[in-house]
Ligand binder design. Structure first.
Ligand code: PEP
Ligand code: MN
Length: 337
């Protein structure tokens, strides 16, 4: 259950509701959002109804949510959430494309990508500065220097930025430079990190863990939202299956499924989902046709020399072609791209 308090109610009214519920054995968790306090309540629904909490001072309404993810659930909020990042409105009519290299490598590399993606209609520049690599001996990212380059190049082109955070240290730096924080697949259930990004006051892109169920993914979003941050975008990036001819298996059915279970925007990353640039454009088209609110795509001016994820990175020419293709698919499903 969710007890939605009126805007600007005094703390005593929130406490009175909480105390009443706690005294009857309910678990309560007040969420201090940007506009109002919402108290998340766990316990028996019939016993809850008898308390008539909706009649208590300061209470606007009570929402019965049966799902374990409450704030993220469609039951809690019927209308789609739209997350603003720079000029982009993720979850609105336009399919928002975020693109860039897997890792920021140099000013030249990033500028070449940024200018091209901007001309082609992408709105957000991606670039990893703290890279979670399978091997400790692989390139680990330019760290703060990478974030600085990302912010500078984006400013010159008018793009917004997104970069991955992997711990509290990278988060503390990233909030100074980027418009959106990315939580990667490997950290989807790093609950301390989720809480910290929830408190950081920036939009968050939450990637699906490679072995995470849809429910676990939505519970991870709940961790961020329970800190009062409603600006969460979910990203399907492929899951581990028995199939090993692609890097991961893109779970496209998760897009319409999650959009029915949750009001949060859903985007697709066809690059990590396939690991193969030849498959990225077809899967990007399919994602938009399936209702994705956006895409996260890796692009590199010279993929053969990329320090990270070259085989799945589109060339600049392939990226402009992708954007043309997307416009047609988006129009076919009643959206803009
Ligand atoms: C990335 O976007 O560069 C990345 C590491 O993705 P994922 O967390 O999905 O593997
Ligand atoms: Mn990558």
């Amino acid at each position: 259950m969710l007890v939605v308090m009126k805007k600007g109610v005094p703390a005593e009214q929130v406490e009175a509701v909480s105390e009443k519920l706690v005294s009857r054995g309910f678990l309560v968790y007040p969420v201090y959002g940007a506009e109002r306090v919402v108290i998340s309540v766990s316990g028996d629904l019939e016993a809850f109804k008898l308390l008539a909490v909706e009649k208590m001072p300061g209470v606007e309404r009570v929402v019965v949510v049966r799902r374990p993810y409450k704030l993220a659930s469609r039951e809690a909020k019927e209308e789609d959430t739209v997350v603003r990042v720079g000029r982009a409105l993720i979850g609105g009519n336009q399919v928002v494309v975020m693109a860039g290299p897997c890792a920021v490598e140099s000013r030249e590399q990033l500028t070449a990508v940024a200018q091209l993606i901007c001309r082609s209609g992408a709105l957000i520049l991606r670039g990893g500065a703290f890279k979670p690599r399978t091997s400790p001996y692989s390139f680990q990212g330019l760290k703060e220097k990478g974030l600085q380059l990302l912010a500078e190049v984006a400013r010159e082109t008018g793009l917004a930025t997104i970069s991955e955070v992997v711990d509290e240290y990278s988060l503390q730096l990233a909030v100074q430079y980027v418009d959106m924080l990315q939580v990667g697949a490997r950290n989807m259930q790093n609950f301390r990190l989720l809480q910290a990004v929830g408190r950081a006051g920036k939009p968050v892109l939450l990637k699906r863990g490679m072995s995470a169920t849809v429910e676990e993914w939505l519970m991870a979003a709940e961790y961020i939202m329970a800190e009062g941050n409603e600006q969460v975008v979910l990203c399907e990036r492929g899951i581990r299956t028995f199939e090993n001819s692609t890097r991961n298996t893109l779970d496209l059915s998760a897009v319409p499924l999650v959009k029915s279970l949750s009001h949060l925007p859903v985007v697709v990353d066809p690059s990590h989902a396939t690991g193969d640039r030849r498959l990225v454009i077809p899967m990007a088209r399919a994602a938009v046709a399936a209702g994705a609110d956006g895409l996260l795509v890796e692009v590199h001016p010279d993929p053969a020399r990329a320090l990270c994820d070259g085989p799945q990175s589109l060339t600049l020419a392939q990226f402009s072609y992708l954007m043309e293709e997307l416009r047609a698919v988006a129009a076919a499903v009643g959206r803009a791209a």
